[in-house]
Design a protein around this ligand. Sequence first.
Ligand code: 57M
Length: 358
Amino acid sequence: MLYHFLAPLASDVSAFNVFRYITFRSMGALITAMVISVLIGPAFIALLHRIKVGQYILSDVKAHAAKAGTPTMGGLMIMLCVLASVLLWADLGSRYVWQTLLVFGGFGAIGFWDDMTKLRQHQNKGISPRAKMGGLVLIASLAMYLLYADPGYTSRLYIPFAKGWAPDLGVLYLPFGVFLMVASSNAVNLTDGLDGLAIGPTVLAGLVFAIFIYITGNAKLTQYLYLPYIPGVGEVTVFCGAFIGAGLGFLWFNAYPAQVFMGDVGSLSLGGTLGFLALLCKQELILAVVGGLFVAETLSVIVQVSYFKWTGGKRFFRMAPLHHHFELKGIPESKIIIRFWITSIILGLVALSTLKLR
Ligand code: 57M
């Protein structure tokens, strides 16, 4: 809204020109979302306590017993702050911003449905895997259709280090994109099992994609870096700013020892959005590097389940996903979290280093 009200005033007062700059508005969106989160956080958590949105804790990992009663669905706060900040700072005429909000809100709605069902059941089951997958696939398909039909977008898959080799996947790009978003949302969901473990790497991935998206929407930079140019996509950097700010604001309260968990409403929404951001800036394959930690957590579950079946009951890890393996080895929770963050910082830097290696 600020963009629509204040940017036109630049013809009279040149200082208002800053409202045209994506970088300025992205930083404004980041600070706004972060400040709103930190300000409303205590009241929001108190409200969740009052309406008894307490997490049902499984007893398999003993250290988690102390977490009983910690409210969940803090993801709602992330959604609220992102939405308020985007409405305030973004160019609301940008179709790419609305498409991103569709994935963010749509995946969040499926997560919300799951969280509410768990609360009503008083256990960690939630909606059926079929309903959950169906809902996610439906939202992702709608977003992919909009992207695929967009005249400025391309179904080419840019391969890093392949010197401009970019095969056109054509209509196959649709299921590929749907898979990317759904897989990413489930990977973040699996990772969300220790305080701050999912939100830290998510914020970092948001920052990496903010840089990629800004570049993808800039004709000069894309030409210099041999990256695909998508006019108008740069506006989504403002969304990324809000995403990073709301994530940091949530981390304020989710940091060990957590006062609130994000719930599926948070994890599914954040993960699906990371997948969509990767599609928007044509860095689909780089998503596996930026989100390498999420990939490792998911692979640990696949290895664990396959090995269990193959050996007729033996476990490869003490417990999957990977963070539980380290917990059961006796490593303190805060140490595991910080080590996982360090790993994802390195992965984020590796992803950024590919910018000049095309
Ligand atoms: C999400 N949810 C957390 C919280 C959070 C197939 C199997 C690998 C699935 C997996 C699973 O269910 N994953 C889904 C895991 C839960 O957190 C809630 O869920 C939301 C995210 N969806 O926001 O609301 C618990 O995680 C802890 N937590 C924190 N801090 C946070 O900031 O401490 C979460 C956020 C919370 C809290 O204790 O209650 C979860 O882990 O349940 N299943 C598992 O991860 C289970 N693994 C398992 O069964 N492994 C098996 C096989 C099947 C691979 C094996 O290794 O043999 C573990 N889940 C739990 N205990 N709770 C097993 C140990």
